[in-house]
Design a protein around this ligand. Structure first.
Ligand code: TXA
Ligand code: MG
Length: 334
């Protein structure tokens, strides 16, 4: 398939919207990561997304809208907490999972009775969705298992020849995917951590926001039945670079010393080593750059990635969630 590589102009956004309306696939920028969009009400179009990404069919898609009013066309029994969260944090990096209306195809929801909805902050994304005139189902625009794309060139690398068009925009400002929060019956639970934290939501809701217990950073027993995260996507190996990756956690100077030592040892064996060090509290840079660095190291043929942990608090918790998955939960505590 020939993939159109489109610059970010209003004519091209209109062309891309037409492709979506006609059942085609278009990748587009958002403030979190690039998405791979299809008409979320067209099961056949959504099936093409699974094929383009090699994505497991039980992993539901997020529906992207351009206006809060559109939520009521696709969700039912929207609870007070969901309303408060949407009004406080949209447009922005938060997906709210609500009860779905029955006309949403099973392909989109992975057969669940809920649907995740997001109103992105990126202007290009909103204009595309508005012009498409349908809710846009969009997972991250990477091949399944690879780090999510935060630059147009990442999408081109993974998707050229597999989809109809790539709408190129600027690099993603946040760099990790949206916070996913289940908000039904006024009992909010975070299913995937992101830039908007439990503490941010608690301020708005005036109540405790729970975490899905499977987000505890421990290695999941993939095959066993007792590992059933509420967001099906959390159970798959994700963000995996080709290299073996080890995360070092401890006081900054100890981490530095240990990484230097291990790097020298591996290089002594003739291995190609990459180092990722953001500093313990440099959360925003870590979020913005992590996936791009993993991809860069793959391009360079790095065999071992040695990374320093960030603190597991605030946005750092979301960064660590991705880092631990990238490393296959391979962590050394100093
Ligand atoms: O920032 C983002 O959310 C990006 C951009 C493109 O918007 N999208 C994204 O989509 O990350 P994806 O498909 O890569 O991740 C969606 C996550 C998965 O872990 C999925 O299992 C979960 O959200 N999810 C979606 N709908 C759900 C539902 N109804 N119930 C539980 N989890 C759901
Ligand atoms: Mg993804």
């Amino acid at each position: 398939m020939k993939t159109l590589i489109l610059e970010n102009t209003i004519e091209n956004i209109e062309e891309a919207a037409g492709i979506l309306r006609n059942g085609g696939l278009v990748a587009f920028p958002t403030e979190t990561v690039y998405g791979l969009g299809a008409n979320g009400l067209d099961g056949k179009a959504v099936n093409k997304v699974f094929a383009a990404k090699n994505r497991p069919a039980d992993n539901p898609m997020i529906l992207h809208v351009s206006d809060i009013d559109d939520v009521y066309e696709i969700a039912e029994d929207v609870c007070e907490d969901a309303k408060k969260l949407m009004h406080a944090f949209w447009p922005g990096p938060m997906t709210v999972v609500m009860k779905r209306k029955s006309h949403i195809p099973d392909e989109t929801t992975g057969g669940l009775n809920t649907v995740g909805i997001r109103l992105p902050d990126d202007e290009t994304a909103r204009e595309l969705i508005r012009r498409a005139g349908v809710p846009v189902a969009a997972p991250s625009a990477n091949l399944s298992g690879k780090p999510s794309p935060t630059m147009a060139k990442h999408v081109i690398k993974d998707m050229d020849g597999r989809i109809d068009a790539i709408l190129c925009g600027r690099d993603c400002e946040i760099g990790i995917e949206s916070t996913v929060v289940l908000a039904v019956d006024d009992n909010p639970i975070i299913l995937r951590p992101g830039k908007i934290t439990a503490a941010d939501m608690e301020k708005v809701l005036g109540k405790k926001v729970e975490m899905d217990p499977t987000l505890d950073m421990k290695k999941p027993k993939d095959e066993s039945e007792d590992f059933q995260p509420l967001a099906p996507g959390q159970k798959y190996r994700h963000y995996a670079p080709d290299a073996d990756m080890i995360v070092y956690e401890g006081a900054e100077e100890d981490v530095l010393k240990e990484i230097e030592k291990e790097k020298a040892r591996l290089e002594g064996e003739g291995k190609k080593v990459g180092v990722i060090l953001f500093g313990t509290y440099n959360f925003e840079d870590a979020a913005r750059e992590l996936f791009a660095k993993l991809r860069e190291m793959d391009e360079e043929g790095v065999e071992f990635i040695l990374a320093g942990a960030v603190a597991s608090e605030g946005l750092g918790f979301a960064v660590m969630n991705r880092m631990m998955k990238s490393a296959g939960y391979n962590i050394i505590k100093l």
